[in-house]
Design a protein around this ligand. Sequence first.
Ligand code: CP
Ligand code: NVA
Length: 310
Amino acid sequence: MTAPRHFIDLWKLDGATLRLILEDAKTRKTARKGWPKGRVDADAPAKDHVLSMIFQKNSTRTRFSFDAAMRQLGGSAIISTSSDMQLGRGETIEDTAKVLSRMVDAVMIRANSHADVERFAQVSTVPVINGLTDKSHPCQIMADILTIEEHRGDIGGKTIAWVGDGNNVCSSFIHAAPLLGFELKIACPSVYHADLHDLARAAGLNGKVTMMEDPKEAVRGSDVVVADTWVSMGDTDHDERLKALEPYQVDDALMDLSNDGVFLHCLPAHRGEEVTDAVLDGPRSLAWDEAENRIHAQKSVLAWCFGAIG
Ligand code: CP
Ligand code: NVA
């Protein structure tokens, strides 16, 4: 039996695979322009396929976009929170993986602990997709890159500024940078720095990823500015974070230092904290395209997992 195509972290894939997925997403999105959202793509690559989704944390975009994606690919989805499952009463991850592998064609998991997704994938005989963990959010970054390329062309050679907490979403940007050839400048307070293993891996691949404390230094001359919440799901030090991250708010003055840059935010946003209303709702914000692109990018991730492309 061939190994399932898991989509757990971007660094585990190669640049050619990420490029294939991105180009498939662009083609599919263009082909269905003007269609109602429930119409199935002409090739229906997930026909007869079922995706199960397990959520240990809240979600709006990931939940709805994966469900919509499966419908547009001609398949269907089964959604559950882990607390509704026997997982929530102590059934092991491994036993759950064995059972679901007999029932569905792929599993998407949003988990508190990244290690739990890895454990699930070790046993699963069907593809496992990371729908966000404490460590990474690869599906989000595929949608982000799709959005950047729609508005600014090839991401290769572009400079992305990450401003704020060096969190899970930031890690997936670090993973993608050496594979797709963009520069990443991370501005964060030293207490909330980016993952050092991720930085070392990117450096080992000759990635242009740097970390600094000054948000102005990161944003100056950049093509894209990215922010995320200062308090991620599972973080318990709310007040300390708000205090340490206060100098990292993205406002129009900061955006003005960029190279006519666009603004991205994976959402949900905490308006008045990491970003002002003026930036999020302003002409430089691509946040709403970015949210829609979760569907388009994930359709091609799913098509790749099912072996329909690549
Ligand atoms: N960006 C994102 O993953 O949103 P949700 O938490 O709503 O899924
Ligand atoms: N960093 C955020 C992203 C939410 C989509 C979190 O993990 O809560």
